[in-house]
Design a protein around this ligand. Structure first.
Ligand SMILES: [Zn+2]
Length: 416
């Protein structure tokens, strides 16, 4: 049995004030517009940097543009407990995704200072660059740089206007020529915690204040190309058609069935479709579609692929069309260790809060940082399960609960 950690309490009014203030930066009538590297993003970053300094942290920007605030602990030479998330948003996004994790992390440092408690470990608060990946189509850019997970495409990234990432990084204080120096060694970190809104309906519907994240789901993406024969919509008898759209429709329903009734994997989506020639009076000769599956278990994703390919073969035969299924991307799932989940569960109990375990269907910086240090995530309810939209909302009480669990997790980790 370890000693009971010192108690410290989140100042919920201060947390709410800071969240609301950040939520005003880059807001317009359509939502939050703090797309990474934009003028609005820079303003948001300046605001949190100022908060960090006010909380007594030293603040630096690494070559990947990540903002790193740090307070020293009492024991020299021990690794840092790291808290992090992001302040960039999707276009017309919400005020809580990422923002809560950053503002709550700074509040943890302030609350510890208010309580007069200095942990043994240093605490680092990291604000990661371009988590959403809206800019340059490269997501988790900052956290992957910290974890040493950059790919050649990151170094060569171009945005939609043809501007290079190399030319853009200096806008936020980064420097491509030194970007490898953003990488941190596992010995520098004790562990990582990220508080985030759930972005789904489970906690809000179930009335649970806290979610203990069991893992971040993997995602497999496929390009399905269906080639039939374009022909006159009025003169071609039904029995003689090689209709690519008929086949596409069957595959779309099969994807829903694979994740739905069959429960092969957690979710499956056909999110895009290109129809050729896309004219009302022509039988479609070709349809290209994007299919994705997500699950925490890679075996389930593999099973979904088998089912997708089997369906494609069956439908292709029945509809007399050629169907090619090409695997495009496979993002592995990231499990969270039992120890780290237990730590978050204990931190919830310390705060007297009920908790439930659930996977994360969305990607987060934690999945990159997990490559170099034990990582855990705390979820709080999203009202109505709405996210990446202006109506995204988590109540001040739920935000404060999440911040208290984050603080308790730091105290427990500091003792263990
Ligand atoms: Zn996020």
């Amino acid at each position: 049995m370890t000693a009971t950690p010192a108690s410290a309490a989140i100042n919920s009014a201060r947390l709410d004030d800071h969240l609301n203030a950040l939520g005003q930066i880059g807001r317009d009538e359509f939502g939050m517009q703090r797309v990474a590297f934009s003028r609005q993003d820079v303003a948001g970053r300046d605001y949190v940097s100022t908060l960090m300094r006010g909380a007594g942290m030293s603040v630096r920007i690494d070559p990947a543009g990540n903002i790193i605030g740090r307070v020293e602990g009492t024991d020299p030479g021990v690794p840092a407990i790291v808290l992090g998330s992001h302040t960039d948003t999707v276009p017309s996004g919400g005020a809580y995704d990422g923002a809560l994790g950053v503002i709550a992390a700074i509040e943890v440092v302030e609350a510890l200072r208010d309580a007069g408690h200095t942990p043994r470990h240093p605490i680092e608060v990291m604000v990661f660059t371009n988590e959403e990946g809206t800019s340059f189509h490269r997501w988790l850019l900052g956290s992957r740089a910290v974890a040493g997970l950059w790919e050649p495409e990151d170094f060569a990234a171009l945005d939609d206007d043809g501007v290079t990432l190399t030319d853009t990084l200096p806008n936020i204080g980064g420097n491509m020529s030194r970007v490898e120096a953003a990488r941190r060694r596992p010995e520098e970190f004790a562990c990582y915690f990220e508080l985030h809104i759930e972005q789904g309906p489970t906690l809000h519907r179930g009335g649970f204040p806290i979610g203990v994240v069991t893992g971040i789901t993997g995602r497999s993406v496929y390009h399905v190309d269906i080639v039939g024969e374009a022909n006159h919509a009025g003169t071609t008898p039904m029995a003689l058609r090689r209709d690519a759209m008929s086949a596409a429709a069957q595959i779309a329903l099969a994807v829903r069935r694979i994740a739905g009734e069959m429960e092969v994997c957690r979710v499956g989506t056909v999110g895009s479709m290109d129809v050729h020639p896309n004219a009302g009076n022509v039988i479609p000769g070709r349809v290209q579609m994007g299919v994705e599956f997500r699950d925490e278990r890679m075996e389930s994703l593999a099973a979904a692929e088998v089912e997708l390919r089997r369906t494609a073969e069956e439908v292709g035969h029945a509809e007399q069309v050629a169907i090619a299924v090409t695997a495009q991307r496979n993002t592995p799932s990231v499990p969270i260790s039992g120890n780290m989940q237990q730590l978050v569960a204990d931190a919830s109990e310390m705060a007297g809060l009920e908790h439930v375990s659930l996977p994360s269907g969305a990607g987060h910086d934690a999945q990159a940082i997990a490559a170099i240090t034990p990582a855990a995530m705390v979820f709080v309810p999203s009202v109505g399960g709405i996210s990446h939209a202006p109506a995204e909302f988590s109540t001040p009480e739920d935000c404060a609960n999440g911040a208290q669990v984050l603080l308790n997790a730091v105290l427990l980790a500091d003792e263990r």
